[in-house]
Design a protein around this ligand. Sequence first.
Ligand code: EPZ
Length: 429
Amino acid sequence: MDRIAIVGGAQLNGEIPISGAKNSAIKLMAASLLTDQPLRLTNMPRLADTRFLGRLLQRLGAEVVERDGEAGAETVLRTSEIVSAIAPYDLVRQMRASFNVLGPLVARAGHAKVSLPGGCTIGARPVDLHLKALEALGASIDLHEGYVYAQAPRGLKGAEIEFPFVSVGATEHTLLAAVLADGETVIRKAACEPEIGDLAECLTAMGAQIEGAGTPTIRVKGVARLGGATHSVIPDRIETGTFALAAAMAGGEVRLTKTRSDFIEALLLKMEEAGVGIARAADSVTIKRDSAKRLKAVTFDTEPYPGFPTDLQAQFMALMTLADGESVIRESIFENRFMHAPELARLGAEITVQGGEARVTGVEKLFGAQVMATDLRASVSLVIAGLAARGETVVNRVYHLDRGFERLEAKLSACGADIRRVRDNSEEL
Ligand code: EPZ
């Protein structure tokens, strides 16, 4: 299995272009099931997760063409007809977001059978809010042998839906179903993440009528059919934040281009509080840090957008391992998202975890070691720590990184990092 080897100590200087957002792209791809016309998505990231979803969509009847357009990678999806409304366990288990095909399949075909995703390494992650919303829209839902059977033979009907708490996935899923429902749907306590606005913009370009996306109340007037569209995927705010934290960890000056600094304002404010220099521009952000000066420990809680994102918690924790003082990090979105703490400890970090709270006492130095993590963001936090650790850090189970970061090693090494992929065909012990 491939590994990433990093020799710490090199500063980062230069520019890193940010890719299209993974968590937007996969929902936009699912939207292509709602029409028989082509949906052309530009600024597409090329990732294991997008390839994987492409394969599932093909099984459902989509034609998926990946190509290089004038403005970079694009994907054209066309589902002239739904040939199967079944998403099997093996496919949903490998990528939870596959579950989001349920709503579009019911809305377009009137029925679907989709495997329940089950828990994952960051928490139980139930889908009860998704199912309640689909029921409110008039679908009958039955659960048998790990599958959701949904039926709405006469179509979905608009409804008032108030979520008990914010869920990105449930908000997106409800939008994906409500656009073809008969009548008006109001979604209250909707998630406000930029990916919701992106999905709504794409659906609107396809002919949907949506107001208020990006605010806690979204109104959708259902339409009888949607058409094709061309839509550019928003920049990946988590990739932006990750490279911002990598630059802060290694020191130097890095300009992150093709991105939006307003998407990560909560992060940038915390980085400034810690002593990192930030210069915001219209479509870029520059991170500057003198590595001779120690950063200050800062404290934060993860929250729904516009709060500090849970998907940057692990990476910020890596930065705090070398800061001066104690940082208290509270994870309020997922119940088990500190799996990186014991791995960071292998590099010499001092972290104690109790329930949803981690206390990081900054140390003077980290030392390279073999590490591995159980999810995407945790894995990249180990890469960030490795950039500043003495000696070599080897991050195992690289497939997590390939799911969500496009050309990670190439982007970092172009700025001076000593990082390489080690191809290894030998058996793991
Ligand atoms: C999305 O997950 C992202 N995934 C996650 O990124 C991200 O961490 C998360 O939003 C929060 O920002 C994708 O977009 C593919 P939620 P999602 O529904 O939609 C609970 C990454 O690394 N909940 O907002 O699954 C849930 O268990 C990934 O890219 C229910 O209880 O997150 C969690 O505690 C990891 N019932 C909380 O709500 C439900 O029906 C928020 O989850 C749905 C959610």
